[in-house]
Design a protein. Structure first.
Length: 605
């Protein structure tokens, strides 16, 4: 049973009523975007501590940039940090200066970048359908606004975007720059077919955003969007026409003008240390070799997209097939404004293919394709408004959707068996199970699967995407968010407490040493330089070396795992246990006493 004609007319009449009042339409769009973005990226953003290991590296480097006033060379723990360019550090440092040094300020650049992409995608999708209505000489405001709202919701409310939009690292800022650059490029392409002396404003915005991407993560910021634009132009047979429209020589000069000064200054200050570390190790080697053990099989990103864009990822194959991109002649004959589906398809496949080829693989690398996936699925869903022959493919995808949700439900019921134990928080998963969070997650997805199956059976397909979105919102609210707070209290809170105690306990000129693990949060929260040592024997040797010095400090402040403390086999009078939190001990090593003991033994001999 399909939506009755009278119901469709009433919906269209309601949206016609809104469209006749532009202020009301804009207000409702803004309210919608504020709601979904606050829920996805703003809610409890700074109420959970920084998460080891990567996030505090950025947060502390930005803090040191603000404190030292050196806005060129990033430092962490008194050492240069050339992993990423300066834009993320600048954004975090500016946020610190406004909001103070805290978790909110460290994460707000990521949240704002994600919000910007969501809002721009909403605008692009509704503009696309407005142009479509003109070409079809119809008025379908319901399709226009509901599809735009759906696309923005799917961008914001998926695991990958929420995870990286809530942590203070460079990945979401890069995605914000690349995705916004590509959306601006499409608007420039769709609204411009006559070469001019200068690129139009959307092309210029695209160049500026690519410069921002270069300042966020390096050459990939222009290589990736440039590759997608080139493939798009070549496929349509409009490469040279786009070349004349975009004026790439002028555009590349603008990109160079914005992004090059920092690279020149940091190279001037640090020379080959920067060139080898940034370009050699963090760019070329990451693409051609396995770095830091981040290897994965060729199908890795299939799993990342399946789970990272869940539960909507099952609709992507049908959304791509819907284009029939092998019928190139039909697509070329369309108006430029109607190439959005083709463009986001090339965008999705381009990012996916680029990082599949790369040898080093991380889940965050394919984050820039998530906005394209969301728009693809939203456009596929919009066909249900027009009566196009999409119900069969949508039905098949929906049954796969039911299977995926059922699998997630079963996995939720069995989380404790699947994940094992966490050495840093051995009681964590037992506490999660005791609270019933995992069972609640299983129930939520099981209900969603049953609801979708019912809708398929009665041939009501349009609410299926909404059921997925609602299920995700409920799951995030009542399962993921409580689990995150519990994980923070079990894994990260002890380190924050120990950092505060270490600041109070630390004596002048006393070295602060961490043994057995590397938790950069301690550096951020203590705001002290920490000497990291991986092995217990390394720490013992260091103690002996310091003791042998004539002008050694009276003691060493040491943070260590309990098992490493046992491995060090220190005599009871050679350390003082200050406090124990979770799996960690904060102890003091009295070097003067150790030296006196060694002297007494020598005297006896």
């Amino acid at each position: 049973m399909r939506l009755k004609l009278s119901d469709r007319q009433s919906v269209d009449q309601w949206f016609n009523h809104i469209e006749k009042r532009p202020a009301l339409a804009v207000t409702m769009a803004i309210v919608w975007l504020l709601l979904i973005n606050f829920f996805a990226f703003g809610w409890n953003l700074g109420n959970i501590g920084l998460i080891d290991e990567t996030e505090p590296l950025f947060a502390e480097a930005s803090r040191q940039m603000l404190v030292t006033g050196d806005w060129i060379t990033p430092f962490f723990n008194s050492e240069t940090r050339f992993d990423k360019p300066a834009l993320i550090y600048w954004c975090q440092a500016i946020a610190y200066s406004i909001m103070g040094v805290n978790e909110w300020a460290a994460r707000i650049p990521s949240a704002l970048a994600a919000t910007a992409v969501t809002a721009l995608a909403f605008y692009v999708v509704q503009w696309y359908f407005a142009e479509k209505d003109k070409l079809e000489q119809t008025e379908k405001p319901a399709r226009r606004y509901l599809t735009a709202a759906t696309a923005s919701a799917l961008i914001a409310l998926n695991p990958e975007m929420i995870v990286w939009g809530r942590v203070g690292v460079s990945d979401m800022l890069l995605t914000g720059c690349i995705a916004s650059a590509l959306l601006c490029f499409f608007l420039g392409y769709a609204q411009n077919s006559v070469p001019a002396r200068f690129p139009n404003q959307w092309y210029l915005a695209s160049y500026v955003l690519m410069a921002g991407a270069i300042l966020t993560k390096g050459p990939v910021g222009i290589v990736l969007p440039g590759l997608i634009m080139i493939i798009f132009g070549v496929y349509l047979g409009k490469f040279w026409q786009l070349w004349r429209e975009m004026r790439p020589i002028l555009g590349l000069f603008l990109v160079f003008l914005i992004s090059a000064p920092w690279y020149i200054l940091v190279t001037w200050r640090n020379g080959w240390n920067f060139i080898n570390a940034f370009f050699g190790y963090h760019n070329i080697e990451r693409f051609t070799e396995v770095v830091n053990g981040h290897s994965a099989p060729w199908y890795f990103y299939f799993l990342v997209v399946l789970l990272g864009f869940a539960p909507y990822s099952v609709f992507i194959p049908a959304a791509i097939t819907r284009l029939k991109f092998w019928r190139r002649s039909q697509i070329i004959g369309q108006e430029r404004s109607q190439h959005l589906d083709l463009f986001v398809c090339i965008w999705f496949l381009g990012v996916f293919g680029f990082f599949t080829i790369a040898v080093t693989k991380l889940p965050s690398y394919v984050l820039p394709l998530m906005p394209a996936a969301a728009i693809l699925v939203a456009l596929f869903w919009s066909d249900l408004f027009t009566g196009r022959q999409t119900e069969k493919s949508f039905r098949i995808s929906s049954w796969v959707n039911v299977a995926l949700l059922s699998t997630i439900a079963v996995a939720s019921f069995n989380v404790p068996r699947l994940v094992g134990t966490d050495p840093a928080a051995p009681e964590l998963y037992q506490k999660i199970q005791n609270l019933g969070i995992t069972n609640l997650g299983g129930i939520i997805w099981l209900i969603a699967a049953m609801a979708i199956a019912t809708l398929i059976i009665i041939h009501r397909f349009r609410p299926i995407i909404a059921i997925n979105v609602i299920g995700f919102i409920v799951f995030l609210s009542f399962v993921l968010m409580p689990a995150l707070f519990l994980m923070d209290s079990e894994r990260q809170l002890p380190l924050r407490q120990l950092s505060a105690i270490a600041v109070a306990e630390k004596q002048p000129n006393e070295e602060f040493v961490m043994v057995g693990f590397k938790k950069p949060t301690v550096t951020f929260y203590s705001q002290k330089t920490v000497n990291y040592m991986k092995f217990a024997q390394e720490a013992v040797d260091h103690i002996n070396q310091e003791t042998a010095k004539d002008n050694h400090p009276p003691s060493i402040l040491m943070l260590t795992e309990q098992k490493k403390l046992i491995e060090m086999n220190l005599p009871p009078d050679h350390y003082k246990n200050i406090t124990t939190k979770g799996a960690y001990n904060l102890i003091r090593i009295p070097l003067q006493r150790i030296k006196q003991d060694q002297k007494d033994k020598m005297d006896i001999l």
